[in-house]
Design a protein around this ligand. Structure first.
Ligand code: ATP
Length: 199
């Protein structure tokens, strides 16, 4: 079974593209959502986060106190790095377990969606990586609308990410989500190419 990854910058359309793969019955591991889930459900991760950020890291109802953690991590990059060093390996192990479950079900390939695939080195465990791209102006507009942010705030987030051009250079497949090229056609082409790789 092949393992694929799908990545792209903020607002490029990773999740939108994954929804199309879902219609082809391809199982998707949404790493960023799963990371958020693990941060409130995994006892070992919770212990590590409390050690780093104190008891205020969680609210009384067990939910993550994002404002508290974000406030500290924003001012202290070393803490952010430590948080990532806790979360990324936990998500990696969880993703591997998921992968084994899918293997047992006999699916043709799996897809792992993550904002950071090249940055965390997780591409090394993947057979192929798809990069979703869109012109920066379109990404800014889409994220402003989705997250109710200003253009400046979106630009700041884009500036903190690996440049799209670098991701495209590393990619095995590129999907252009610019509103001009059909997403469905591009997904079907890649799907077919992967099935042929397997044959
Ligand atoms: P993030 O990394 O920020 O989670 P993402 O890469 O997963 O983003 P999406 O959430 O799929 O991106 O898309 C960003 C926003 O743009 C969403 O509101 C989505 O509905 C919208 N969008 C994505 N692709 C298109 C498209 N082709 N046409 C119109 N809207 C789109």
């Amino acid at each position: 079974m092949l393992r694929l990854g799908i990545t792209g910058g903020i607002g490029s359309g990773k999740t939108t593209v994954c929804k199309i793969f879902e219609t082809l019955d391809i199982p998707i591991y949404y790493a960023d959502d799963r990371a958020k889930w693990l941060m409130v459900k995994s006892p070992s991760l919770q212990t590590g986060i409390i050690q780093l950020f104190g008891d205020k890291a969680y609210a009384a109802d067990g939910s993550l106190n994002r404002a508290h953690i974000g406030g500290i991590a924003f001012k202290d990059p070393a803490k952010l790095q430590k948080l990532n060093a806790l979360v990324h390996p936990a998500v990696f192990v969880d993703g591997e377990n998921w992968q084994q479950e899918q293997l047992a079900l006999g699916v043709p390939y799996t897809l792992k969606e993550a904002a950071l695939i090249y940055e965390t080195g997780s591409y090394k465990m993947l057979d192929k990586v798809i990069v979703v791209t869109a012109p920066e102006e379109i990404r800014i507009q889409r994220v402003m609308k989705r997250d109710k942010l200003t253009a400046e705030e979106v630009k700041e987030r884009i500036a903190r990410q690996m440049p799209e051009s670098e991701k495209v250079e590393k990619a095995d497949y590129v999907i252009q989500n610019d509103g001009q090229h059909s997403l469905i056609k591009q997904v079907l082409q890649i799907h077919q190419a992967i099935l042929e790789l397997k044959a």
